[in-house]
Write a protein that binds this ligand. Structure first.
Ligand SMILES: [Zn+2]
Length: 398
């Protein structure tokens, strides 16, 4: 049996995406596009590396688990209003621009959880081998007259949620349900009533699972989260003010949580709000950071999702901010990276996204040491796929 010659890649620091200790000065053996060995560089017996990345950090490709590609993240209310009237061509152009921002920050998979036009889903089908892959829910579902019109459709009068889901089925791999409102910026911790009954949630979730779809539920407040969990959802989105009981239930059921810290931080800084509203946003953020700290202790699987596209939350850049906020809640850098790599990949059913023998040699090359991360995550010099630099990626001129 002939063996493909191994290529040696020397790296300064390696973050494995599995939460393991960050390794210093190691050499990767790569053959047939896969990692076959990771050894201390000092133990190499004089073999010259084929590629020297000894001043860089490598880490797996990144995943943003909660995004809205059709939105611009503009903080100008007039622009945002115009954007809602935009033509499909203009929205598709916005999606492409956002995909470019994501790639520049090493984000190669984005889970898009709702645009009422379904254009991110259409884009995900047009370019299946795009450098940044979209996994989209298409339009989600919300109750008529309740929060979610930007992202979702509502059942018709007299129609239950599950009947609406069946009628509107576009074959998307995820079903997104809006089960609460946005967080109040007037009254701290005020929870909106659930949008759908527990029975409707159960029926819609069971139908989605029977179709091979997973279910993501926008849920803030204990009651909304409880109905989503007992219905058997796969992920809770946002989950502000859901409380300890729900966190324990999530850990027990293995339900994944995308706590989306960065949009609240963006609101806390947003000049379009009154000082009192900004203060409530800052309090909401502090409370959510404490919930994440508790969720981590209880063993809830937490993924990095940014809600990029929302006010002041810019695709790509938001991911490094979210990682920094997770670290404020007690995550180590290695754990934060895990939430945006192997944990997110397991939620999405994707192989890879970790650096270990047997895995594809898919990684980002960042010109920074771990001590400078995630702050310098935009200094990406290259994206490797199967051991080769992806020529579609061009490091930005800095
Ligand atoms: Zn969202």
């Amino acid at each position: 049996m002939s063996q493909t010659p191994q290529r040696l890649i020397r790296v300064g620091w390696l973050i494995d995406g599995l939460g393991g200790a960050i390794r210093r000065d190691v050499t990767l053996g790569v053959a047939d596009g896969k990692i076959v060995s990771i050894t201390e560089t000092a133990d190499q017996r004089g073999d010259e590396p084929h590629l020297d990345l000894s001043r860089a950090t490598i880490l797996p490709h990144l995943i943003d688990s909660h995004i809205h590609l059709w939105l611009s993240a503009s903080t100008d209310p007039e622009y945002r209003a115009r954007q809602c009237q935009a033509t499909p061509e203009a929205i598709t152009a916005q999606i492409k621009q956002n995909l470019g921002y994501l790639l520049a920050h090493g984000v190669v998979v984005a889970r898009d959880l709702g645009d009422r036009h379904g254009l991110a889903l259409a884009e995900s089908r047009r370019f299946t081998d795009a450098p940044t892959r979209i996994i989209a829910s298409g339009p989600g579902w919300h109750q008529n007259g309740r929060y979610g019109t930007l992202f979702a459709h509502a059942p018709e009068t007299g129609e239950t949620l599950v009947v609406a889901c069946r009628r509107g089925d576009d074959g998307a791999p995820w079903l997104k349900i809006f089960q609460s409102g946005a967080n109040s910026l007037k009254i701290f911790g005020q929870a909106a009533k659930p949008q759908f009954s527990a029975e409707e949630m159960r029926a819609a979730t069971a139908w989605a699972h029977s179709q091979g779809k997973k279910v993501a539920v926008h849920a803030n407040g204990a009651e909304a989260a409880h109905s989503a969990l007992t219905a058997g959802c796969d992920s809770i989105e946002h989950g502000y003010f859901i409380g300890e009981e729900n966190l324990r239930e999530m850990a027990r059921r293995g339900v994944v949580w995308a706590p989306t810290l960065v949009p609240m931080r963006a609101l806390a800084d947003y000049p379009g709000l009154s000082p009192a509203e900004r203060a409530i946003a800052a309090k909401n953020l502090a409370h959510q950071i404490e919930q994440v700290r508790l969720g981590r202790k209880l063993g809830v699987q937490i993924v990095c999702g940014t809600d990029a596209g929302c006010t002041g939350v810019i695709c790509g850049d938001a991911l490094r901010e979210e990682l920094a906020l997770l670290m404020k809640a007690g995550f180590s850098l290695a754990e934060a990276v895990k939430s945006a790599t192997s944990d997110a990949a397991s939620l999405l059913g994707l192989p890879g996204f970790s650096l270990a023998p047997g895995q594809p040699a898919d990684f980002l090359v960042v010109r920074a040491s771990p001590a400078q991360l995630p702050r310098k995550l935009f200094f990406i010099d290259a994206i490797y796929r199967n051991g080769e630099a992806d020529r579609r990626f061009h490091a930005p001129i800095r």
